[in-house]
Ligand binder design. Structure first.
Ligand code: ADP
Length: 261
């Protein structure tokens, strides 16, 4: 609560009146804290690659091509730049969504063709790690008509598939399922990766959160925040089920009102 007192001369009388206002600024403060946390996290995350570049350039300046770990300075510079680009891309995407700059363009879609097109677009993601991305579309769902922004729905699911491929072991399989739960159209992405431990599970959608067990895998910790925001923007919900060592399944459910074309 913010309390303000403004004194002013009493009209037509001797003395002073005081106008007291009480504002509930809980929401404002929470927003401000989130914003400050975001800026501090973002600058912290950007510092690592910047420092990497600095060390590598100094090393080059001293005539050293190879750094201590046997890696070349140029390789470190390239990797650091890639990481910065990845972070900046994710940060600007998240901010576009959060500031409401991103407008949805919902269209009538049919589950079967949508999935076929989506699978074709993500197929190359698995190639580098020889991960097979397999679609499972309930026959009853193929002709199901629904309304959604195809680009944003694709972006949301692609984020989940790219995580599934990234965290899954080489030669494993990622399953993308479309099914109807009553009136609700649900998409599930399941992998055979390391899974997520109980204490990390509630935190995976937080910005910049990366589970300690998977830190070695490159990432920004922003992909799932983007997923969460897109899900909310589309009026749907996303959740995760996982057990350490037994893979993870992320499910996105469209709102029932939107599942009719
Ligand atoms: P990033 O993948 O860039 O690290 P995300 O926001 O996409 O960021 O994911 C946050 C964290 O959640 C990951 O770092 C990882 O620890 C965990 N995670 C996400 N998807 C999976 C998955 N399919 N299997 C295991 N862990 C996952």
């Amino acid at each position: 609560i913010r309390l303000r007192a403004v004194p002013f001369p009493a009209p037509g009388e001797e003395g002073t009146w005081v106008l007291v206002t009480l504002d509930d600024i809980t929401h404002f403060e929470a927003l401000e804290t989130t914003r400050q946390k975001f800026i501090s996290n973002a600058s912290h995350e950007l510092k690592t690659p910047v420092t990497g570049i600095r060390v590598a350039v100094e090393n080059l300046q001293d005539g050293g091509l190879v750094l201590a770990e046997g890696e070349t300075s140029l390789k470190i510079i390239l990797r650091s730049l890639d990481r910065m680009v990845m972070l900046l891309d994710d940060i600007s995407e998240l901010s576009r969504i959060e500031t409401g700059a991103l407008r949805l363009d919902p269209r009538p879609l049919t589950a079967g063709p949508f999935m076929a097109e989506f699978m074709e677009s993500v197929e190359p993601l698995g190639r580098a790690r020889n991960v097979r991305i397999r679609a499972e579309v309930d026959p009853a769902v193929r002709d199901h008509a629904f309304r959604a922004d195809p680009m944003r729905l694709g972006q949301l699911l692609e984020n989940l598939v790219s995580n599934a491929v990234k965290f899954g072991p080489p030669d494993s399989e990622v399953r993308v399922e479309a099914r109807l739960e009553g009136e609700v159209l649900a998409f599930a992405v399941a992998d055979q990766g390391p899974g997520i431990g109980g204490q990390d599970l509630p935190r995976v959608f937080e910005r910049f959160f990366r589970a300690p067990a998977t830190r070695a895998v490159p990432g920004t910790g922003l992909g799932l925040s983007i997923v969460k925001h897109l899900a909310v923007l589309m009026g749907g919900e996303v959740d995760v089920a996982s057990e350490l060592g037994h893979g993870a399944t992320f499910t996105f459910r469209l709102p029932p009102s939107d599942t009719k074309a």
